[in-house]
Ligand binder design. Structure first.
Ligand code: MN
Length: 452
């Protein structure tokens, strides 16, 4: 390796040193189940989402880290950019992948549990919501290789612990892992996999990215880090893993085997039993000597919504920019989970708002409601978006509804995978003549000085 490769530890050191308010360390001993979820949701209610490090978990040796990816600001800094340039930086990385570098073993294999030593119950895997079927690994990125081409893939998969070496898995988003499994099953073969827990945020972002099936997410992680990601071979399966990850669980997704999995609290804020009901049998667990167990707070937590979407947003943003010269930016408000999007355009002709909304729902089938606003409205400021809706929109002309379109099946109000899209043009029409109120600059400055 040319230089020391950044990992989760170097990122945490950076946060502790330069962003100390963005990490909270809990040194009191706490119970494993529900504590991280309750703490994260309570802090959100109070307006913040810092990284949470629980140093002492009852009956467990490993510490637990949550909310690593809850802050867009920290995620941007982790890949050496700023929040306002995140999409551009991410988009450039998608176009300039840096191949991973194979090394012989790594710190993730300092501790090895094989054979009768394998025991998932020794890891601090928590229960998150009262309705969940059991403890769930939520930050597990499933690494596997295409059964036909050998290209690697990395993707988040929810995993329910069912025994010391058995887990339930759902591949319900039906993307690359699901397709690998389908093709392995056609050959009547189990799919070798490695579950990666705890890595630099660049790897966690790569795992959430939308890429072509012939591209390897490790190469995107390298591009985001601006240096090759060191990878090594797993011990019991033919899968490559990040050499400096915290914990890796090796095993197979079993061909032709299905067992109940779920229910589980999903990003919608509702409990869902939708599952492909796959089964993962564990063959080895390896970890760093003082491994940190990483948890993603599930449900509609800030972390789950941000990490689940930011990489996809960058992909959609790039295409919106490519096609629409008048597209400025967009924002997905947390209140809409993944279903609402506010789009800002610099309008020069009628019809552009509707075109932008149509392209957005074509690129992102999760979205059910698009509100398009003018360039003087900040899409991040929801009050401002709703003011534009109140004053620049007439429902008979400005609302379009597309029926029976593809939607995400976790939407509890959808039926058979179909739902409707509402496209709202809240931009000023060409006949709009009202002038916005304004306050003289010197009066604003006086007010600010009186208040300081
Ligand atoms: Mn992929």
């Amino acid at each position: 390796m040319s230089k020391e490769s950044p990992d989760l530890r170097t990122f945490l050191d950076y946060v502790r040193r330069y962003e100390p308010t963005q990490i909270v360390t809990i040194s009191d001993e706490v119970p494993l189940d529900y504590t991280a979820t309750a703490m994260a949701f309570e802090l959100e209610r109070r307006g913040s989402s810092p990284i949470l490090h629980f140093e002492r978990i009852t009956n467990h040796d490993l510490s637990l880290l949550a909310n690593v990816c809850a802050s867009r600001d920290l995620l941007a800094k982790s890949i050496n950019t700023q929040t306002e340039n995140f999409y551009e930086t991410f988009g450039t990385s998608l176009d300039n992948l840096i191949p991973a570098e194979m090394v012989s073993g790594g710190s993730v294999q300092e501790v090895v549990w094989e054979g009768s030593d394998v025991d998932l119950n020794k890891l601090p895997i928590p229960r998150h919501f009262a309705q969940d079927a059991g403890p769930y690994i939520t930050a597990g990125m499933l690494a596997a290789r295409d059964p036909d081409t050998g290209v690697g893939n990395l993707a988040y998969i929810r995993l329910q612990v069912k025994g010391s070496r058995r887990m339930g898995a759902s591949l319900h988003s039906r993307q690359h892992t699901w397709d690998y499994m389908r093709r392995a099953e056609l050959k009547k073969k189990d799919l070798p996999v490695a579950i990666v827990i705890g890595a630099h945020p660049a790897v966690m972002l790569a795992g959430a990215a939308k890429m072509d099936i012939d591209q390897d997410e490790y190469d995107l992680a390298g591009a985001l880090l601006n240096q090759p990601l060191p990878i090594c071979k797993a011990r019991t399966v033919d899968v490559n893993i990040p050499a400096n990850a915290e914990i890796v669980i090796e095993g197979h997704l079993l061909a032709g085997t299905h067992e109940p999995e779920g229910p589980f609290g999903e990003y919608t804020g509702y409990v869902t039993g939708r599952s492909t009901e796959n089964v993962l049998e564990v063959s080895a667990i390896t970890m760093r000597g003082d491994a940190i167990y990483v948890d993603i707070i599930p449900g509609n937590s800030t972390e789950h919504l941000v990490l689940g979407r930011i990489a996809k947003e960058a992909w959609v943003y790039k295409r919106m920019k490519e096609v629409l010269p008048f597209f400025v930016d967009f924002h997905y408000p947390s209140s809409g989970t993944h279903y609402h999007c506010y789009v800002r355009i610099d309008k020069s002709a009628e019809g552009q708002a509707k075109q932008a909304a149509q392209l957005l729902v074509a690129l992102d089938h999760y979205v059910k409601l698009v509100i398009v606003v003018d360039k003087d409205i900040d899409p991040v400021d929801q009050e401002s978006v709703l003011w534009a809706l109140a004053t620049r929109m007439q429902a008979d002309k400005d609302v379009s509804i597309l029926k029976d379109t593809l939607c995400n099946q976790l939407d509890p109000s959808s039926e058979n995978g179909l739902g409707a899209k509402m496209l709202i043009d809240a931009t000023k029409s060409s006949s709009f003549s009202a002038e916005k109120i304004s306050i003289p600059e010197n009066a604003k400055r006086l007010a600010e000085s009186l208040l300081d």
